[in-house]
Every structure is written in structure tokens, then in C-alpha cells.
Design a protein around this ligand. Structure first.
Ligand SMILES: CC(C)(COP(=O)(O)OP(=O)(O)OC[C@H]1O[C@@H](n2cnc3c(N)ncnc32)[C@H](O)[C@@H]1OP(=O)(O)O)[C@@H](O)C(=O)NCCC(=O)NCCS
Length: 254
């Protein structure tokens, strides 16, 4: 028997979390409907606004990340839009998007520990602390800063945000180098304040970033097929064997 608490069909009516879908259409914003399917209840205006801030912060971040490279490379191989978007989603991992889930788990499971203990534990095991560090942002991640400032304004700044900020300070103290709280770290802290389970972490990134991936995939459909390939002269350093001859004993054997 399959079980679900998300939606059902009664006669001709679809009920989403108990509400008639028809009634939701035109009354709820997309973000409010997302909150409803994920959480099971309607959001307050503040919850809606907070989620909007988080999703917009995630929506796009250039052609460079692994997910966009994957999506565009797959389209370049002659595939259709859904295959490209799917490939992009498959590229989300612990260094890209998936960190959101890892830091949400870290914050939720370690809320009773101090930042000092958490950072020491990670660094002593040579592990990276998810949600911190960024290739370009070295002073602060403007997306994270904005998310936290809205969290304060809308009443979602609590123990998880505080712990995340303490971890940022503690990394600098213990590592002697600043690693900024990135967008994943800030979303993870606020989503935890809003009562979302860490197992939904990657879901937040997927929901937020898929529009960007669709746009990239669509754009790539109009590029020359096979254009997303490496130039072996410029982009590749070959580290293998020099040109060599196949030994005679391997030739003409069957
Ligand atoms: C995002 C990330 C890949 C950016 O990397 P980067 O700025 O290019 O930094 P590098 O990989 O060159 O690492 C630089 C140094 O900082 C360390 N470092 C970087 N991020 C770290 C982290 N989150 N925790 C601990 N150490 C970290 C590296 O080990 C390296 O240390 P070293 O100088 O002693 O060798 C990296 O910070 C990371 O893996 N962060 C955690 C995952 C994450 O939050 N991803 C979401 C990004 S939006």
C-alpha cells in the first residue's frame, strides 16, 4: 500500500494538503504553494517573504558552476530540455548545493554544542565545514548577508543563525583565515529556524535553482550541437604516456 499525506483526489477535486487545488489557483503565490506542499500548512506573510528571499538568492549564479556545465554539456550532446535539467540537478553535491543539506544537518544535530567544539571537531578530522567558504567571496557573501538581515527583520533569527555566525567567527580564529558563511549556510540556518527538517536541504536548492537551469538549458538548445567540448590545446593538460607502439605480440592474434 502506498501512503501519502500530501494530496488526494475526491471525485473530480484534487485536494492538496486538504485544500482544493482549484481554490489555491489565483489565491496563493507560487512560494506559498511550495510552503504548503512541503510543510503541510499555509505560511504566514512573514514565512512567505522569508522563503521568497531564500529562493531568489539561489535562482542563478552564472554559467560557471558544475550544474550548469553539466546541463549545457548534455544538451550539447543532442539531448532535450528535461535531460539537460536532470543532468544539472545530478551535479548538485556536497560542494555545490548539497552543502545546504550538510550544514542544515550539522546545525540541527549539534545545536547544543558550541561553535568552538564543532569547528575543532571538523578541522581536527581534516573535514570541510559545509556552508562556509566561497571561491569568489572572501569578505562576505552578499546573498548570505541579505538573507540574515531579512531573517532579523522578519523574526527568523534565532539559535541556528547565531550558531552559524559563531561558526564563521570560530573558523577564522582556529584556521587563521576567514571563510565566509555562504548562501547555503545562511539558507540552512534560516530554514532550520523555520522548522524544516535537514533532509529537505537539497530540496531547497533544487527548487530555487531549477529556473536558472531551465533558462541555461533552453539557451543551449540554440547553440551549435557539440559546441560544449574541450579544446585539447588550451583546456587540457595531458599527463599520460607519450605516443608508443603496440607490442608485436598483441597484434593479429584473432
Ligand atoms: C566552496 C568551496 C569549494 C570554495 O573553495 P575555495 O575558496 O576555492 O577554497 P579552496 O578549496 O581553495 O580552499 C582554500 C583553503 O580553505 C580551506 N577550506 C575551504 N573551505 C573550507 C571549509 N568549508 N571548511 C574548512 N576548510 C575550508 C581549504 O581546505 C583550503 O585550506 P588550505 O589553504 O589550508 O589548504 C569551499 O569553501 C568548500 O568546499 N566549502 C564547503 C562546501 C560549501 O559550503 N559549498 C557551497 C558553496 S556556495
Amino acid at each position: 500500500m502506498w501512503k501519502t499525506a500530501i494530496s488526494t483526489h475526491v471525485g473530480t477535486k484534487a485536494l492538496v494538503r486538504g485544500y482544493e487545488l482549484e481554490e489555491l489557483v489565483g489565491n496563493l503565490t507560487f512560494t506559498e504553494a511550495i510552503y504548503l506542499v512541503l510543510k503541510g500548512e499555509l505560511p504566514t506573510e512573514k514565512e512567505r517573504k522569508m522563503l521568497d528571499v531564500m529562493f531568489v538568492a539561489t535562482i542563478e549564479h552564472s554559467i560557471a558552476p558544475p550544474s550548469v556545465i553539466a546541463a549545457r554539456a548534455v544538451i550539447s550532446g543532442g539531448n532535450s530540455l528535461n535531460v539537460g535539467v536532470g543532468a544539472g540537478i545530478l551535479a548538485f553535491g556536497s560542494a555545490h548545493g548539497g552543502a545546504l543539506e550538510d550544514i542544515m544537518k550539522l546545525l540541527q544535530e549539534n545545536i547544543n554544542k558550541t561553535a568552538e567544539e564543532i569547528v575543532r571537531e571538523y578541522l581536527s578530522q581534516g573535514k570541510r565545514i559545509p556552508g562556509f567558504g566561497h571561491r569568489f567571496f572572501k569578505d562576505f557573501d552578499p546573498r548570505a548577508k541579505k538573507i540574515l538581515s531579512y531573517a532579523k527583520e522578519l523574526g527568523f533569527y534565532g539559535k541556528y543563525c547565531q550558531l552559524a555566525e559563531d561558526i564563521e567567527k570560530e573558523i577564522e580564529k582556529q584556521k587563521g583565515k576567514k571563510l565566509v558563511m555562504n548562501v547555503d549556510g545562511a539558507i540552512a540556518a534560516v530554514a532550520s529556524e523555520m522548522g524544516f527538517d535537514w533532509r529537505l536541504g537539497k530540496g531547497f536548492f533544487i527548487i530555487g535553482r531549477v529556473p536558472g537551469l531551465v533558462a541555461h538549458t533552453y539557451e543551449e538548445l540554440f547553440e551549435k550541437p557539440f559546441s560544449k567540448r574541450l579544446d585539447e590545446e588550451k583546456d587540457v593538460e595531458y599527463l599520460g604516456k607519450e605516443h608508443r607502439k603496440l607490442p608485436e605480440e598483441y597484434k593479429n592474434r584473432w
